[in-house]
Design a protein around this ligand. Structure first.
Ligand code: AHR
Length: 501
């Protein structure tokens, strides 16, 4: 099967905001405890942070990490996580039916972020709490000194403020499962008033209002229209979430879910434009896709803990073991974000360690990279620069509700500073190679500098503690550059990262 792609240096979608490759860490499961933090582990540093995990996080290089939730934040008292550790309360976490020790709080998380070279993106609790707790938290985190909360931070050992710029106004407030769930009018009003209070302190903050938890919510997309009607002038982003499943074990439909994502983004971009026009506003609001990933492998197993009454500490929940088909879908999802980078400025893989995560650990044992680590790694490393608008001609296949979906999924990023072009490619075809024929006419005398692929016949194969390197990228084969043409065959159900200079 033949495909044809044309790219040109002048056909630019957008300069990509590097925060498109952000991540998320929630106080739940083993994300924090025995994920990033495990005192006593042979790899732990003096502060209890696992060096093996930190090294893998640094490989992924997320520029931001969203914290502390998630559903967790909607009943979280941030003050529980400050002060002497031995005095911090143990609380029951209503979201995940667990016990929270509060041994990690804002100070410890900020220390970890500094070690990792990551900026914090903090969420405030608009479920069980409201404006007052949010403004106090902001003062504690960002004010230099000379006020009650900033002086308390200093007494707790941190002189300089952390100066966090990006704040989420709650989490998934459209969801009936959320502690303190609200309807769109209630939430829109609260988001606006909370946002006004936070910006009264610092007008340069960037604020994120909650959009839909997924595109199948009954309230979508009216939720976004109502919420933005309240807070358009106050906020900078509307957040979206989406988790992908393959319960039906239908690979073609599964790999097409990135098309559903694309339409979700397109619809909300339309809602933003509508509210902007309605308000005669000159300001832009962008999309912050602050939770996305595959999440379904662990759902059945987790019911016992989530519905139980034993309130365990750091239970092993949402520990999806990702396979090859998941890595292909993640490649398609990242391509969608790159192609939509004019509207989606920030995105956070949910999550980073152990909980639906690219990095897994054994408590007391090893850490390893899941299959989905690799497309993320390539996009984060080489997907910074200008997203190029591609003309793509590919055969398609029909998918219920989505129509014709192309077998070839591709995005391209031009890094002008490095003088390189990166292409990220997935062949969705279950049995046929795709002839890949790229016209690089807008670039002269290109040279192939790297081709890596994930090309493994068993779609259900995964990495485990016992076989951590079972699935990993290998040098790709069969692509050549001749003048201004990149050509070759892409094997069925394969992922590729190609770099040219
Ligand atoms: O990431 C896991 C959960 O998914 C988050 O806590 C919540 O926001 C979403 O429903």
């Amino acid at each position: 099967m033949h495909t044809r792609v044309t790219l040109h240096r002048d056909f630019v979608i957008s300069e990509i905001d590097e925060r498109l490759y952000g991540a998320f860490l929630e106080h739940m499961g083993r994300a924090i405890y025995s994920g990033i933090y495990e005192p006593g582990h042979p790899e732990a540093n003096d502060d209890g942070f696992r060096r093996d995990v930190l090294d893998m996080v640094k490989e992924l290089a997320p520029p931001i990490v969203r914290y502390p939730g998630g559903n967790f934040v909607s009943a979280y008292n941030w003050e529980d996580g400050i002060g002497p550790r031995e005095e911090r309360p143990v609380r029951l976490d209503l979201a995940w039916h667990s016990r929270e020790s509060n041994q990690v709080g804002i100070h410890e998380f900020a220390d970890w972020c500094e070690l990792a070279g990551i900026d914090m993106m903090l969420a405030v609790n608009l479920g069980s709490r409201g404006i007052d707790a949010a403004r106090n938290f902001l003062e504690y985190v960002n004010h230099p000194e000379g006020s009650a909360w900033s002086d308390l931070r200093i007494r707790n050992g941190r002189q300089a403020p952390w100066n966090v710029k990006l704040w989420c106004l709650g989490n998934e407030m459209d969801g009936p499962w959320q502690v303190g769930h609200k309807n769109a009018d209630e939430y829109g009003h609260l988001a606006n008033e909370t946002g006004k209070a936070l910006k009264a302190y610092d007008s340069s903050l960037e604020l994120v209002a909650c959009g839909s938890s997924n595109p199948d919510m009954a309230s979508y997309p009216e939720w976004e229209a109502t919420v933005l009607d309240h807070c358009y002038e106050t906020v900078d982003y509307i957040s979206l979430h989406m988790y992908f499943t393959n319960y039906a074990d239908d690979l073609g439909s599964y790999l097409a879910l990135s098309e559903k994502l694309d339409r979700y983004i397109g619809s909300i971009a339309g809602v933003i434009d509508y509210i902007k026009a309605k308000k005669r506003s000159t300001k832009d609001v962008h999309i912050c896709f602050d939770e996305w990933n595959v999440w379904y492998h662990s759902t059945e197993r987790d019911k016992r803990i989530l519905q139980g009454n034993d309130w365990p500490f750091a239970p092993a929940i949402l520990e999806d073991a990702y396979n090859v088909e998941d890595a292909l879908l993640i490649g398609c999802v990242l391509n969608t974000f790159i192609r939509r980078s004019d509207r989606v400025r920030i995105a956070c893989i949910a999550q980073l360690v152990n909980v639906i995560a690219p990095i897994m650990t054994e408590s007391g044992g090893s850490a390893w990279r899941q299959t989905i680590f690799y497309p993320l790694y390539f996009a984060s490393r080489f997907g910074r620069g200008k997203a190029l608008r591609l003309a793509v001609d590919s055969p398609t296949y029909p998918v219920n509700e989505l129509g014709d979906v192309p077998y070839l999924d591709v995005s391209a990023v031009h890094d002008e500073a490095q003088g390189t072009i990166a292409l990220f490619i997935v062949n969705r075809h279950p049995s046929d190679s795709l002839e890949f024929d790229v016209d690089l006419g807008g670039f002269t005398s290109c040279r192939l500098i790297e081709h890596q692929s994930i090309d493994y016949p068993d779609m259900k194969a995964a990495n485990t503690a016992e076989r951590p390197g079972h699935i990993q990228p290998t040098p790709g084969q069969g692509l050549t550059v001749d003048g201004s043409a990149l050509k070759g065959a892409l094997t069925p159900l394969s992922y590729h990262m190609v770099r040219l200079e």
